[in-house]
Unconditional design. Structure first.
Length: 154
């Protein structure tokens, strides 16, 4: 499932709305360990299953916060087909929060909402997307990030 947005006028018209939610996936220890290897962050709460089960307040290993945030980047273009733009560039994040841990075995999905869209000149729009990593059965998400995307309109 993918949502197509055709050009600047349609993007602007969708400001302030929920756009799309992805499919549920399961977080697994292999993915967490790959991320740990890529970032050299091998803290035991992420990669040591026995110790995390025994000593962690979470009861099992959890995904790194930055891994959880990175899930939104990969999902963004899997969920959205932005037509009528020369390119889209991730300009950064205004706010990132991790309200709940994403535990090994949790099912999660990424949801995308669109906030403000504004013309910043030079042939670019700036759009604020709220990307949320939801955890199935949890009242709190694993991550909420306001991401700034700049889109070339010419």
């Amino acid at each position: 499932m993918k949502l197509t947005i055709n050009g600047p006028a349609e993007l602007t018209a969708r400001a302030g709305t929920h756009l799309i939610s992805g499919e549920w996936k399961t977080m697994d220890l292999a993915r967490v360990r790959l991320f740990a290897d890529a970032t050299d962050d091998h803290q035991w709460i992420h990669v040591d299953e026995e110790r995390a089960t025994r000593e962690s307040p979470f009861g099992k290993p959890i995904a790194h916060g930055y891994l959880t945030l990175a899930l939104t980047a990969g999902a963004f273009f899997d969920l959205l087909d932005l037509q009528g733009f020369g390119m889209a560039v991730n300009y950064g994040s205004n706010k990132v929060r991790y309200p709940a841990p994403l535990r090994i075995g949790d099912r999660y999905r990424v949801s995308v909402s669109l906030g403000e869209v504004r013309d910043i000149g030079g042939g670019f729009l700036e759009a604020l997307f709220q990307n949320t990593v939801e955890i199935e059965g949890s009242a709190k998400p694993a991550c909420v990030a306001e991401v700034v995307v700049r889109l070339r309109t010419t």
